[in-house]
Structures are given as structure tokens and as C-alpha cells.
Design a protein around this ligand. Structure first.
Ligand code: APR
Length: 266
């Protein structure tokens, strides 16, 4: 076992762990990250495809480009299932070592892996929010993929009068409903709770995040300023400052970390 993994297991085995995950957590599930070579923002300009106004403008001005983006999202989500890393985090929560997972991901994989306390600060694709009445609908991964497929066909086949015309419908009022993810420039969800947990944790374990996007990326520093130790697991470059850095894939490192932490705990 590497020195980093050994030290990380010693820290995690003491409990009080808050986990912060990013796109790298779902990379092995087939969902592309954003900033890695070939990632989403490598192929699609985030200033257009990462803002709600940008997407709305593309629907009428460049429907084929929007169709290509939505088709990429559908392909990524259709086959995505929780990986060994997601399962390992749920196991550490079950054992009482992990308090919660704060995730930047919108794919619902932590909940599907049976993590119970998941704070989705960038919202979720598995929820629709009505643009007319504001109420939300929980949707399945299949329903998300069906909705994306309908939008792709609509954008490629016919003239699209407006972005809202290709959106799913609200089950409460029939109005246009948008996927409930947080686009750039929009307000995060439950971030105060995430910050409070960061000030209370003993260890902040950051997995699969470049640490490039604030305020999510401020959480490790918030934890450290309150006296916590920071452990990072990433397959590539990350801006997260840490006491322990383990280079590797989440699906390979986390199961080993869980095994070693649970053994050290007993
Ligand atoms: N295991 C662990 N880490 C990985 C893996 C893997 N299998 N694959 C990639 N990584 C690492 C990369 O090295 C990088 O550090 O995951 C990180 C992914 O970084 P980003 O693509 O920037 O994703 P993320 O940090 O989640 O982005 C934050 O930016 O665009 C916004 O809202 C979007 O939530 C997203 C936010």
C-alpha cells in the first residue's frame, strides 16, 4: 500500500469525513468530464453550452450544434451506472465514517449506489423544474434520455420556434420544464449546508474534481481553515490543495481506501 493511501486510510478511519466529488467520480461510468482532454468543454464552448441563455440561443440559431450536445449528454447518461467508487463511498457512510457526500455531479449515481446523505450543489438532471409554476418533478434516467432524444429529433427535423418548445412538460401544470441543473451564473443549491459541513468535518476527501469552479472549489479550503485535513484522489491535474494526494482513478482507489479504512477502524 502506498504511503499516501496508508495515511489517507488512517485519517478516514477516524470518521467525520466529508466527501466532495466532481466529474472524475463518474468518468469510469462513461460520463465525460469537463476539462480533461476530450471533455465536454473541450468539445463545446462552455460560454454557450454551459449557460441557460446560451442553450436557448442555440436552439433557434444553431439547432444542429445543440442537437449534437444533447445527443452527447444522452449517450453519456444512457449507459451510466454507479461504479466501485460510488459503492465504496456508500459503504464508508454505512460504516459511520463518511458524514455526507457533497457532489458537483448531476447524474444521481451517488444515490443509486445507496449513499443516503448527498448534497447536489449543482442540482440534478434527474429532476425537472417548471418554468411556469416552479414545481419540480423527479424523473428516471430513462425519462431523461427519452426527453433528450425527443429534443434531438425535434432540433434535427423541424424548425424550432423556441427553446421551450423542445423542453419536457411539467406534470403539475403542463408548462415547459427544464432539467434542474445549475448552469453557470445561477445560484447553487444547499451550499450553506455544504459550507457548514465543511467547517465541521475532520477530513475533507475530494475525489475527481479539478478544483477550478467556485464556490464549490472553496470547500476544501473552508475545511482546512477549520482544522480539517484534506485528502485528494484524482487521475490527473487538480488545483485542490491537500495534505495527502493520491493519483489514481476513483473506481480503483476508493475501494482500496474503504477496505484499509474499515480495517484500521476495527
Ligand atoms: N478518477 C478520479 N479522477 C478523475 C478521473 C477518474 N476516473 N477522471 C478524471 N479525473 C479528474 C481529472 O484529473 C480532473 O481533476 O477529475 C477532474 C475532473 O475535472 P473537471 O472536468 O473540471 O470536473 P469538475 O471538477 O467536476 O468540474 C466542476 O465545472 O463545468 C462545471 O458544473 C460543472 O460541476 C462541474 C464543475
Amino acid at each position: 500500500m502506498s504511503a499516501g493511501l496508508h495515511e489517507a486510510a488512517r485519517l478516514v478511519s477516524g470518521g467525520g469525513v466529508l466527501v466532495l466529488t466532481g466529474a472524475g467520480m463518474s468518468e469510469e461510468a462513461g460520463i465525460p468530464t469537463f476539462r480533461d482532454p476530450g471533455g465536454l468543454w473541450d468539445r463545446f464552448d462552455p460560454s454557450e453550452f454551459g449557460t441557460w441563455q446560451g442553450l436557448a440561443g442555440l436552439a433557434t440559431r444553431r439547432p444542429d450544434d445543440l442537437a449534437e450536445f444533447l445527443a452527447a449528454l444522452r449517450r453519456a447518461l444512457a449507459g451510466a451506472r454507479p461504479g466501485p467508487g460510488h459503492v465504496a463511498l456508500a459503504r464508508l457512510e454505512e460504516a459511520g465514517l463518511v458524514e455526507a457526500v457533497v457532489t458537483q455531479n448531476v447524474d444521481g449515481l451517488h444515490q443509486e449506489a445507496r449513499s443516503r446523505r448527498v448534497i447536489e450543489i449543482h442540482g440534478s438532471f434527474l429532476r425537472h423544474r417548471c418554468l411556469r409554476c416552479g414545481r419540480t418533478d423527479t424523473v428516471t434516467r430513462d425519462e431523461v434520455c427519452e426527453g433528450l432524444e425527443r429534443a434531438v429529433v425535434g432540433l434535427r427535423q423541424a424548425f424550432v420556434p423556441s427553446f421551450e418548445s423542445i423542453l419536457p412538460r411539467c406534470s403539475w401544470c403542463g408548462g415547459p420544464a427544464r432539467p434542474d441543473f445549475v448552469a453557470f451564473g445561477e445560484t447553487l443549491r444547499d451550499f450553506e449546508e455544504a459550507e457548514r459541513l465543511a467547517t465541521e468535518c475532520r477530513v475533507l476527501l475530494a475525489v475527481g474534481t479539478s478544483g477550478e469552479v467556485f464556490p464549490a472549489a472553496s470547500l476544501p479550503e473552508t475545511a482546512r481553515s477549520a482544522g480539517a485535513r484534506v485528502v485528494v484522489i484524482a487521475a490527473g491535474p487538480t488545483a485542490v490543495a491537500a495534505d495527502v494526494v493520491i493519483q489514481g482513478k476513483a473506481g480503483e482507489v476508493l475501494p482500496r481506501l474503504a477496505e484499509a479504512s474499515l480495517a484500521a477502524k476495527d
